[in-house]
Design a protein around this ligand. Structure first.
Ligand code: NAD
Length: 381
């Protein structure tokens, strides 16, 4: 089969779904690879680098869509891209079928198979295809870098001839994949790092990464927001009140706050209120990784950086992985390559779209003219 990666059309998107290295691996599965000219440039991969990896470089998206059997993309397709899909074609990309009903219907009307990378089940066997985690890891790391570039002091404490410098204090709210990456990055830069999550089982992970878990003064066990499957549930009003009380206490002492708290299928919970921002010191920084879903901080403006009247910088960017496009493309392209590997069990360039396979079934949103989203629950863990 021919696998083609077009240039991303979403404004500002710098990632690419195929790298020269992933193309080499795809070829080992018996596939030929195509890339649209310039598709990898913003991520640091030139047309010549692709040619050196035996990838055919084609001039434009229309030619690429016409020639490829499988289209590998990062962002969900635009309407114009959906219109180029055919009934003998498979699209592999982030798709968010639960939030993109019209796009899903349009892709299905074209007869194309859609493999949504955001729908890969989070089971052990599928970790190598878990692009959400790959990107969340980058977002967490980059959030700390972004905080550092907006913060006027060191992260680490120092004793110098010119004076003693205290370490920065960083609070990470939400210790999922992005939060743990942020904790690891902040502690490695020498900050004193605190973290909070509604799931008490992450306290051990937080502490093993060198951060202090923030416990609440809550008379029941700190389990209120914990739900099955490793994800959070909506907290009770009493629990939220205890959480906000604790945040109010520590806000004046925090230099950097990184919020990552999300609940599947819902708007981001509002956890960092205006009075907490008002209580922070001038020069403090908030990075709100939940900005896409409304933000954990009341004052966050999506895709913007603002500075409040009391001098607190609040960053609401939603494109952190794209801001590290080389790393993000390397990891995402590897996730896609693993997906193609599972779709090519014979390593003979022949796609076997096995709907009895939990991982393939889970990620498939349309197939053979039918919408197959939502999938049934995976049978194995
Ligand atoms: P997520 O992005 O859905 O949420 C981020 C974090 O916010 C979560 O840790 C959540 O508990 C927390 N949160 C929600 N409400 C909060 C609140 N009010 N206050 C503070 N924190 C709040 O989470 P994620 O990064 O996608 O990870 C979710 C779970 O899935 C984790 O347990 C993770 O280890 C697990 N996971 C498993 C696999 C796998 O098995 N293959 C892969 C990735 C993640």
């Amino acid at each position: 089969m021919k696998i083609g990666a077009p240039k991303e059309t979403y404004e500002g998107e710098a990632r690419v779904a195929m790298t020269p290295a992933s193309a080499k691996d795809l070829q080992k599965l018996g596939h030929d690879c195509l890339v649209q000219s310039g598709a990898g440039l913003k991520a640091g991969f030139t047309d010549d680098a692709y040619r050196a990896a035996d990838v055919t470089v084609v001039d434009d998206a229309a030619a690429l869509f016409a020639q490829a059997d499988i289209i590998a993309k990062v962002r969900p397709p635009s309407d114009a891209e959906v219109a180029l899909l055919r009934d003998d074609q498979t699209l592999i990309s982030f798709f968010y079928p639960g939030q993109n009903a019209e796009l899903l219907a349009a892709a299905n009307a074209q007869g194309a198979t859609v493999v949504a990378m955001d729908m890969v089940p989070r089971i052990s066997r599928a970790q190598k295809m878990d692009a959400l985690s790959s990107m969340a890891n980058i977002a967490g790391y980059r959030a700390v870098i972004e905080a550092g570039s907006n913060f006027g002091r060191f992260f680490t404490g120092q004793v110098t001839a010119a004076g003693k410098v205290p370490p920065a204090k960083v609070l990470v709210v939400g210790a999922g994949v992005a939060g743990l990456a942020a904790i690891g990055t902040a502690t490695s830069l020498g900050a004193i790092t605190y973290a909070f999550d509604v799931r008490p089982e992450v306290a051990e992970q937080v502490e093993s990464m060198g951060a202090e878990f923030v416990f609440l003064d809550f008379n029941e066990e700190q389990t209120d927001g914990s739900a099955t499957g490793g994800y959070a549930a909506v907290s009770s009003p009493e629990f939220t009140a205890a959480q906000l009380k604790k945040f109010r206490e520590i806000a004046p002492d925090m230099d950097i706050v990184i919020t990552t708290a999300l609940i599947p299928g819902r708007d981001a919970p509002e956890l960092w209120t205006k009075d907490m921002v008002d209580a922070m010191k001038p020069g403090s920084v908030i990075i709100d990784l939940a900005a896409e879903r409304g933000g954990n901080c009341k004052l966050t403006v999506k895709d913007e950086k603002i500075v409040t009247e009391n001098g607190v910088t609040i960053v609401g960017y939603t494109d952190f992985p794209s801001r590290m496009a080389t790393q993000a493309s390397l990891l995402y392209a590897t996730n896609v390559r693993h997906m193609v590997s599972d779709l090519t069990p014979g390593k003979d360039g022949v796609i076997d779209h096995n709907m009895d396979d939990d991982v393939i079934r889970g990620a498939t949103a349309t197939h053979e003219g039918e919408v197959t989203f939502p999938p049934p629950k995976p049978k194995i863990a």
